[in-house]
Design a protein around this ligand. Structure first.
Ligand code: ADP
Ligand code: MG
Length: 569
């Protein structure tokens, strides 16, 4: 949970609540509209391959500051390049993951494939990156946040409250340095640091009060990256589909004049065109694109719309779907190491599975992954891209001066540096042990993350100490610690299959994902572009908001220019 009574609220795009009659009518219509436009999923509770439920969605779009949205879009090609460079830096990947792979079996298995491929040389030098950088607005900034105002003024009482920003700015290093000293001395030093920090905060708080007295308010000050996905970055279809539903709803409610504030979203085309560009590079007219899928695909619309887009736009390119188990059974390498499924040669492999241990039932699936990795096919992602997307690498990238290794332009370094919130190693060394102590002292400020994808794996706030205490010192290095981000609230209707009719107004928070496509090899990038976006929104009381997991809902951004404007006009 990342919100409380002091969390600022972003204004709505239209006046709510709606009259009950109107709400009932438009919600029923929107549900049908969603199913009929493929904003749907297979039911987990009543699964049938022959039917679909609409995917949970937010009735009207959630507000998002235009300036921050545009910043995120503009930054994506730089993030693409960064991740491409990271993926191709053998030394960085190897040293960054060295401790993690000692204790995390899944990452170790991926790393073993990487090691074997390195030893034999890459058969295919070109990689296809289809990334999604996920981010949340931060309302807890020192200059703007009521939260920090409150803590800075000592209103929260707690000694450690409000120190997150200070730690981000380097206090953690000082704490780390003090770890070996006597506990009295350590306490004194911490007290001193906190005092200094509170003074800085108070200065900022005074400035903010002046701003407010002059009528300047803001519910956010920037956004922070939640994570970067390099494998199975979903919602290329559901992102744009969310806009389609909400555009329909706004029009039905008589607000067609507001549609221009919903940005274009060509994610599906952008991502599929990326696959086709890779297919062009492979340059074999009969070769196919292979989707690697789970045994059961609940998020079937998102996957199939990619396939259908390719088939409709490029009818000469065939698309196959196979599980890892099926690839193990049917796959082999040809004379030039081309991947063959039966007699069909595979040009491009798009992994929508393979990112979690449950997708590998036995050695057979790992063998299939290795077979594909060692083949001539262009992979999305290739193994080094997959490893570059681990939480541990994200944590390493957020450390001072690391970005300089991958980005030349100082302005770009500055811009990327700003998107990281505090990320801390839990490796068994001085700094890692200091982070451990910090997490035990003020767990409510953090989220604890393992090297997993797909949602539902993190540990939040007060649950962190127990989780950490159950681990050995060495086991901790499979995890990273991250500052909790505090997004502003929006208020609206969340519509779910089997949910209340009419839906109730609820407090929600959103996570924006920006897609990027990057294609190239270690020396050259041949394509690099931003490719649309997706917005997921969850109840403010939920820790995680996976739509497929049942906690989140499809949404799309309604761009606002400043949050003190009156939308009700
Ligand atoms: P996964 O790979 O499982 O998607 P994430 O890092 O994206 O892992 O975490 C899952 C979810 O947890 C996010 O979608 C977000 O809702 C929440 N979350 C993750 N990190 C933070 C954070 N630092 N602050 C607040 N919420 C977070
Ligand atoms: Mg995520």
């Amino acid at each position: 949970m990342s919100s409380d009574a002091n969390t600022p609220v972003l204004r709505n795009c239209i006046r709510l609540p709606l009259a009950e009659d109107e709400l009932l009518e438009v919600t029923a219509k929107a549900k049908d509209y969603a199913i009929m436009h493929g904003a749907a999923m297979r039911s987990k509770t009543a699964f049938s391959p022959d039917s679909l439920n609409f995917a949970p969605f937010v009735l009207v779009p959630s507000s998002f500051p235009r300036k921050e949205f545009e910043k995120a879009v503009a930054l994506q090609p730089i993030i693409n390049r960064l991740m491409h460079n990271v993926a191709h830096d053998e030394e960085f990947i190897t040293t960054t993951l060295a401790e993690t792979i000692k204790v995390d079996e899944f990452t170790a298995n991926l790393f073993n494939i990487y090691r074997k491929v390195l030893a034999h040389g890459f058969t295919q030098k070109t990689s296809l990156g289809m990334l999604r950088s996920d981010l949340m607005l931060e309302s807890g900034c020192p200059e703007l946040s009521p939260r920090v105002l409150r803590t800075a003024a000592g209103e929260d009482g707690g000694q450690d409250a409000g120190t997150a920003v200070g730690q981000r700015a380097g206090v953690v290093v000082a704490v780390g340095a003090a770890a070996g000293t006597g506990s009295k001395e350590k306490e004194l030093q911490q007290e001193q640091e906190q005092k200094q920090h509170r003074e800085v905060q108070l200065g900022r708080a005074t400035k903010e009060r002046e701003r407010r007295a002059n009528g300047v308010h803001s519910a956010y000050c920037c956004w922070k990256q939640v994570e970067i996905n390099t494998i199975a970055s979903g919602f290329g279809h559901l992102g744009p589909a969310s806009k389609t539903i909400q555009r329909f709803v706004l029009s039905e409610l008589g607000h067609a004049d507001k549609l221009h504030n919903m940005p274009d979203n060509n994610a599906l085309a952008g991502l599929c065109d990326g696959m086709v560009k890779a297919w062009d590079i492979y340059a074999k007219p009969k070769a196919v694109i292979l989707f690697i899928i789970e045994d059961v695909s609940y998020n079937i619309c998102d996957q199939r719309f990619h396939e259908f887009y390719i088939r409709e736009t490029y009818p000469h390119i065939k698309v196959l779907r196979r599980t890892l188990t099926e690839v193990h059974r049917e796959g082999k390498l040809g004379q030039s190491k081309e991947l063959l499924l039966g007699s069909q040669e595979v040009a491009v492999i798009y992994f929508r599975a393979g990112y979690e241990p449950g997708h590998y039932h036995s050695q057979a699936e790992w063998d299939a992954r290795y077979l594909m990795e060692t083949s001539l096919a262009i992979k999305c992602p290739s193994i080094h891209y997959h490893l570059a997307g681990t939480k541990k690498v994200q944590q390493a990238l957020a450390q001072p001066a690391v970005l300089e290794r991958f980005i030349n332009d100082p302005e770009e370094i500055k811009a990327v540096g700003k998107i990281f919130t505090g990320l801390y190693s839990l490796d068994d060394n001085e700094a890692g042990n200091a982070s451990y102590e910090m997490a035990l002292r003020t767990p409510e400020r953090f989220v604890l993350k393992p090297q997993r994808e797909g949602g539902g794996n993190n540990v939040y706030g007060v649950d962190i100490p127990d989780a950490l205490k159950r681990m050995s010192r060495v086991e901790r290095s499979a995890w990273i610690l991250m500052d909790l981000i505090h997004p502003p609230l929006t208020k609206g209707y969340m519509v779910r299959p089997g949910g209340d009719m009419p839906p109730q107004i609820v407090d929600m928070v959103s996570e924006l994902g920006i897609f990027g496509v990057v294609i190239g090899d270690a020396e050259h990038i041949v394509h690099n572009y931003q490719a649309g976006h997706m917005l997921r929104t969850k109840l403010s009381t939920a820790n995680e908001g996976g739509v497929a997991a049942g906690l989140g809902a499809l949404d799309s951004p309604y761009l606002i220019d400043s949050d003190d404007e009156d939308e009700q006009k």
